[in-house]
Design a protein. Structure first.
Ligand SMILES: Cc1cc2nc3c(=O)[nH]c(=O)nc-3n(C[C@H](O)[C@H](O)[C@H](O)COP(=O)(O)O)c2cc1C
Length: 479
């Protein structure tokens, strides 16, 4: 039996009157009101309400309960548990993505299954969890024998054989694991190795890179994220400046150049650069300024090709390269700029891709609601009064780097992002504009906006851009 229940962090209050509320993270929220006839079943959501009892609806209260359950699921307040008939709980399923709803793939005894190379078991506190960066949910394993049975799936196994294994307690768990891409189906003679799983974009991803990508930002994981000071009670704040070494210091100020020597324009730019989070809505950035900004910071300057040479006469294919204003690991230039334009004189609101080769902006149709979500997340990320005039999302074409580099691909991409961010900062400063890097972005929202799978081309950085509000002018709080 698969049942839904509120997760450990949530207290569900269902009053005799039918009023439903929830308490979590120190907040109380009102969920709504149900009819008194549905109260008992709503209360069952504390321990576990069988999902099969929700549909097809037989009574009017069934619809009410289903609406309540879906609402709680969308709000991230539910988890699910699988309990075999007359048995003890086998697994608990914790959603990692918004809107996850447990589904089981249909399986036949003749199907062959194997464990995904992205799946892993680990200890979390005193629990054992089965996870994968591809999976929209994680599985808390209640019985170590089940962990052993799952581990046996490192080589492909027939469903019929697996069903003889008592630990799986039937087909339901296997179906759920297949739907979550923790297990996948292979042909009878397929060993289920790297090339068999997913598309050619997935093949180039190393396990730890995809895990790092999904777990270091929002959208595909439910861990606490952001500036939450998790060790504030356990560890004293680390010093802002490293304590000095014991040796005798050589005072560099005594070796400074003559005070009347003019600062270089770079030194002046570095001195002037600041993160600007509030923008002048009365004087938005103009399209001509944006064009100059992109030309200076990110445009393709030249293109060239070179034959891949492994040495000792071994020659590979011809490879194409570009050169741009900022450095890039292996000259890969895997980073793309997407512009969420909120307020720019001469350019309509919307999402655009910057074609760095043609120095052109290409509009991408998106839902207004998605545009608004992205912009408001950006203002939240900066603790700003209003959304930026333009939000630049730096997206990586992962395979451009991973095709060449093993193990270090994702870390190289992040280094490239740092380099590009500073280039954007200095260019904005140089043009009298303002900007601010933003440390988090929702990779799933971007995937929905661009209709690209998250592992093909996805956000690795963001930068808010616009004309800064003149000093001393207060912002208008958003309405
Ligand atoms: C990688 C990176 C991520 C950042 N993320 C954020 C962010 O999410 N929100 C924000 O308001 N500022 C963000 N900043 C800006 C820093 O807070 C800022 O650079 C720092 O406070 C120093 O101030 P300054 O840039 O004005 O010199 C980020 C900066 C970097 C380099």
């Amino acid at each position: 039996m698969l049942a839904a229940r509120v997760n450990d962090h949530v207290t569900l209050d269902v009053y005799d009157s039918g009023k439903v509320g929830a308490f979590f993270d120190g907040y109380a929220i009102e969920i709504g009101t149900i009819s008194t006839g549905a109260v008992k079943r709503a209360r069952a959501l504390r321990e576990g309400l069988p999902i099969a009892s929700l549909s097809p609806p037989r009574k009017a209260t069934d619809q009410e309960i289903e609406a309540l359950v879906r609402h709680l699921a969308r709000s991230g307040l539910l988890e699910y548990c699988l309990v075999p008939p007359r048995g003890r709980e086998l697994v608990a399923i914790e959603p990692q993505m918004q809107g996850y709803w447990p589904q089981a793939a249909k399986l036949r005894n003749s199907d062959t299954l194997v464990l995904s190379r992205f799946a892993y078991l680990r200890r979390r506190g005193s629990e054992l969890v089965l996870e994968s960066p591809r999976s929209p949910a994680l599985f808390r394993i209640a019985n170590p024998k089940l962990a052993a049975a799952i581990a046996a799936l490192v080589t492909p196994q027939k469903v019929g054989t697996l069903l003889r294994e008592k630990a799986f307690a039937g087909l339901a768990l296997l179906g759920l694991l297949v739907e979550c891409e923790i297990l996948f189906k292979v042909g009878a003679k397929d060993e289920g190795l790297r090339a068999s799983e997913g598309d050619e974009h997935l093949v180039v991803w190393d396990f730890h890179d995809l895990l790092f990508h999904t777990h270091s930002t929002e959208g595909r994981q439910a861990n606490p994220l952001g500036g939450r000071y998790p060790y504030i009670d356990a560890i004293a704040p680390p010093a802002a400046v490293r304590p000095p070494w014991e040796g005798a210091p050589i005072d560099l100020a005594a070796h400074a150049s003559a005070p009347d020597e003019p600062a270089s324009s770079l030194a002046a730019l570095l001195a002037e650069r600041r993160s600007v989070r509030d923008f002048d809505e009365a004087r938005p950035i103009r399209l001509a300024e944006l064009a100059r900004f992109l030309d200076q910071a990110a445009r393709v300057k030249s293109k060239w090709s070179s034959q891949l040479d492994f040495g000792e006469g071994s020659i590979g294919p011809m490879l194409d390269y570009t050169s741009r204003p900022y450095p890039s690991a292996g000259s890969a230039y895997e980073l793309e700029l997407y512009l969420t334009v909120n307020h720019c004189e001469g350019l309509a609101r919307g999402l655009y891709h910057y074609d760095a080769d043609r120095h052109a902006l290409v509009p991408i149709a998106v839902r207004t609601q998605e545009l608004e979500s992205q912009l408001s997340a950006a203002s939240l990320g900066m603790d700003a009064m209003a959304p930026p005039q333009i939000l630049l999302t730096i997206a990586a074409r992962f395979n451009r780097v991973a095709w060449k580099y093993s193990a270090i691909a994702y870390s190289l991409i992040l280094k490239d992002v740092g380099v590009l961010l500073q280039t954007l900062y200095l260019t904005a400063t140089d043009l009298g504009l303002g900007g601010c890097a933003i440390g988090t972005g929702n990779i799933d929202l971007f995937a929905r906006m661009t209709r690209q799978p998250f592992h093909v081309e996805g956000p690795v950085g963001q930068f808010a851009l616009g004309r800064g509000r003149p000093a001393g002018v207060e912002g208008v709080p958003p309405g």
